[in-house]
Ligand binder design. Structure first.
Ligand SMILES: [Zn+2]
Length: 277
């Protein structure tokens, strides 16, 4: 097998250790001889970028993934069970949104490949085949901290909802608090949730971040100003303090304000045994 690089990544980050988990805005320069291959690529909002991680270790089949605290045997994962660059064929794939195209350069919202990484393929991201909403992953490692968890939740919620608006940020902050405070950073998958019916964009964030859907009976609506997460025999209630005081409505939450607000300004959280009616 012979792979021919078709382009190269141009990024502000050139040190792998300095690359944020979810990458940074970057561009992919397709080499002129492959320019024709880009025809109609603008029909797609997102693309898969496949890159060759030429500096990767190709000899190991077991790695201790980021965030896994056990450095011994129990923490080892097979390379086919993780996205580590370490693998026999160091092909990496990251989906990214095309912000704009100039000539043969794709400007992407975020890419976790360092500057100079050879690109071996570009493929459209197909909503019909690539988005498997029911897919689920057991947690591999702990998030590095609350900020890292929030950043990851914001990206997931934004990907589901289509934009990062105030409601999405509010929902991500609720789920981040719930997971870090009550679940010791564990996944919230399998949580039942009840949301205010007028909470707009926030509902999208909460439902995707805990994997709740009305059809499965895990997402319910009510008219009271609180969000309730239910797991096992406990209920976790978040009384929402905003909007109503500072902000006019759910649909008018300013992103920066919701990001900057303290938790005391946003909600009051409590947990109690579930009363079975
Ligand atoms: Zn929105």
């Amino acid at each position: 097998m012979v792979l021919t690089p078709i382009g190269v990544v141009r990024s502000s980050v050139s040190d792998r250790q300095a690359m944020p988990t979810f990458g940074v805005p970057a561009r992919v320069e397709i080499f002129p001889e492959f320019a024709e291959g880009l025809r109609h690529v603008q029909k797609h909002t997102h693309v898969w970028i496949l890159a060759w991680l030429h500096e990767a270790d190709r000899t190991r089949l077991l790695v201790t993934p980021r965030g896994v605290s056990d450095p011994g045997e129990a923490g080892l994962h097979g390379v086919f069970a993780v996205r580590s660059p370490t693998r026999p064929n160091p092909i990496a794939m990251t989906a990214a949104r095309i912000e704009r195209i100039e000539g043969t350069t794709l400007y992407l919202d975020r890419l976790d490949f360092v500057d100079g990484t050879p690109v071996v393929d570009v493929k459209p991201y197909f909503r019909s085949r690539d988005a498997i909403y029911a897919a689920h992953n057991e947690q591999i490692g702990r998030p590095a901290g609350r900020q890292a968890l929030l950043e990851s939740l914001l990206i997931q919620a934004e990907n589901f909802h289509g934009e990062r608006c105030g409601g999405v940020v509010f929902g991500a902050r609720l789920v981040e608090h719930f997971r870090s405070t009550f679940l010791d950073f564990a996944e919230a998958w399998g949580t039942q949730v009840i949301v205010p019916e007028d909470a707009g964009c926030m509902i999208d964030a909460v439902m995707t971040l805990v994997g709740a859907t009305p059809g499965r009976g895990t997402l319910g609506f009510h008219s009271a100003p609180f969000v309730r997460f239910i797991r096992g025999d406990r209920a976790y209630t978040y009384v929402l303090l905003e909007p109503g005081r500072r902000w006019a409505s759910w649909t008018a939450l300013p992103v920066e304000d919701v990001l900057a607000a303290s938790e005391e300004e946003l909600f009051r959280a409590g947990s109690a045994p579930l009363r079975v009616k």
